[in-house]
Design a protein around this ligand. Structure first.
Ligand code: NAD
Ligand code: DAU
Length: 339
C-alpha cells in the first residue's frame, strides 16, 4: 500500500512514520509536511535513508501541490496528522489554526474524492469534547459526548471533524476519526508540558506551572497512539469515531514534581504563573469502544513511559537544544515573560 502521512515531521506523525515502516515492510510511506516551526527534518533523518519512505515539503492547504502528489503516487490511504497543535499559540493567533486545521483537511479530502481512496483517517483530539469537572472522577469522554470546545485550537479540530463526517455522509468518502488524549514520548516539541519541564529542569530554569497546577490530563505513550491508529485504518469501521486513551490521569503539578525528582532537581524551580485563558480542567477518555471492537489496550505504563521519555531527552540533547536556541527563544519570551 501507499500511505500518505501528513505532518510526519512533527511529534506524533514522525513516531507513526517509524512505527509503520517497522510494522508494515510491504508498505510505502509518503510524508507530506510543510515544515512549520514544529516540523523538523532531523526528526526524519533515519526515515530518509529508507527506500520505502518519500518526503514532500508541501502545505496541505496548497491544492495544486496536493493534487500533484496524488496523481503521481496513487495513495491507498491518507492519515492526516498535519495541524497547528499548540493551544497557547491558538489563543495568540487563531487564524493559522483555522487555515491548516480546517481548510487543509478539506483540501486533502477533496483530493481523496478526486483520485479515489481506500481510507481517509483524521487524527483528532479529546479536546473537541471540552473539559470535565475536577470533582466528578466518575465522568469520562465517550464517542457520544457532545462537542463543546474551549480554545481556537479545539474549535478548529472540532470543525474539521464535522467536515470529515459531512464528506462521509454527503459524498460517501470512506473516513474514520480518532480522538486521543495527551501523548508523550520522543520528538515531543519542547513548547509542550512534559518536554518543556524536562528541558527547563536540565537547564536549571524556572518550571512555569499555569494557575494552581491542579488541571488533569490523561497521558498516553505515543507508540500506543500509533498502534491504535494502525488498527483503526486497517480494521476500524468506516464512518466511525474511536476514542483513544489509557486511563492515566495526572495533575500537572504532580507531573512536574515527578520530573524534578527523576532529574534530581529541586522543586524550588517550580514557579506558578498566570493561568491559560479558558484553561480546560480535566480530560479523561473512556476507551471502551476501541478495546471492545479492535482489542486495543495501551502497552506502556506511565512509570515506564516517563523513564523512557526522560532517557530519550537526555540522549538526544542536540535535537532539543537546537530547537530551543532558535526562534523558540522569541516564543518563550512572548509567552512567559511577565506572565
Ligand atoms: P506537532 O505540532 O508536533 O506537529 C505538526 C506537524 O504538522 C509539523 O511537522 C508541522 O510542520 C506540520 N504542519 C503544520 N501545518 C501544516 C500544513 N499546513 N501543511 C503541512 N504540514 C503542516 O503536532 P503533534 O503533537 O504531533 O500532533 C499531531 C496531530 O495529532 C494533530 O492533528 C493534533 O491535533 C493531534 N493530537 C495531538 C495530541 C498530542 O498530545 N500532541 C493528542 C491528540 C491529538
Ligand atoms: O488532549 C490532547 C491535546 O493535548 C492535543 O490535542 C494538543 O495538540 C496537545 O498540545 C495537548 O494539549 P494540552 O493543552 O493539554 O497540552 P500542553 O502540553 O500544552 O499542556 C498540558 C497541561 O499543562 C495544560 O493543563 C497546561 C499546562 N501547562 C502547559 C505548559 C506548556 C503548564 O502548566 N505550563 C506550561 O508551560
Amino acid at each position: 500500500m501507499n500511505i500518505i502521512v501528513t505532518g510526519g515531521a512533527g511529534f506524533i506523525g514522525s513516531n507513526f512514520v517509524y512505527y509503520m515502516l517497522d510494522r508494515h515492510p510491504e508498505d510505502r510511506i509518503l510524508c507530506i509536511d510543510c515544515l512549520t516551526y514544529a516540523g523538523n527534518m532531523s526528526t526524519l533523518a533515519r526515515a530518509m535513508e529508507n527506500p520505502r519512505f518519500t518526503f514532500y515539503k508541501t502545505n496541505i492547504c496548497d491544492r495544486a501541490g496536493i493534487y500533484e502528489i496524488f496523481e503521481k503516487e496513487h495513495p491507498d490511504m491518507v492519515v492526516n496528522f498535519a495541524a497547528e497543535s499548540h493551544v497557547d499559540r491558538s489563543i495568540e493567533t487563531p487564524e493559522i489554526f483555522l487555515q491548516t486545521n480546517i481548510l487543509g483537511t478539506q483540501v486533502l479530502m477533496d483530493a481523496c474524492r478526486k483520485y479515489g481512496i481506500e481510507r481517509y483517517h483524521q487524527v483528532s483530539t479529546d479536546e473537541v469534547y471540552g473539559d470535565l469537572p475536577l470533582d466528578r472522577p466518575d465522568l469520562f469522554f465517550t464517542e457520544k459526548t457532545p462537542i463543546h470546545t474551549s480554545s481556537p485550537y479545539s474549535a478548529s479540530k472540532a470543525s474539521a471533524d464535522l467536515l470529515v463526517q459531512a464528506y462521509h455522509r454527503t459524498y460517501g468518502l470512506p473516513v474514520s476519526i480518532s480522538r486521543c488524549s495527551n501523548n508523550y514520548g520522543p520528538y515531543h516539541f519542547p513548547e509542550k508540558l512534559i518536554p518543556l519541564m524536562i528541558a527547563n529542569a536540565l537547564n536549571d530554569k524556572p518550571l512555569p506551572v499555569y494557575g494552581t497546577g491542579e488541571n488533569v490530563r490523561d497521558w498516553l505513550y505515543v507508540e500506543d497512539h500509533c498502534k491504535a491508529i494502525d488498527l483503526i485504518i486497517h480494521k476500524g469501521r468506516v464512518g466511525e469515531v474511536y476514542n483513544i486513551g489509557g486511563h492515566n490521569e495526572m495533575k500537572n503539578i504532580d507531573i512536574v514534581k515527578l520530573i524534578c525528582a527523576k532529574l534530581g532537581k529541586s522543586e524550588e524551580l517550580i514557579t506558578f504563573v498566570g493561568d491559560r485563558k479558558g484553561h480546560d480542567l480535566r480530560y479523561a477518555i473512556d476507551p471502551t469502544k476501541i478495546h471492545d471492537e479492535l482489542g486495543w489496550l495501551p502497552e506502556t505504563r506511565f512509570a515506564d513511559g516517563i523513564d523512557k521519555t526522560i532517557e530519550w531527552y537526555l540522549s538526544h540533547k542536540s535535537w532539543w537544544e537546537t530547537i530551543i536556541s532558535g526562534e523558540y527563544r522569541n516564543y518563550y519570551e512572548r509567552m512567559y515573560a511577565n506572565r
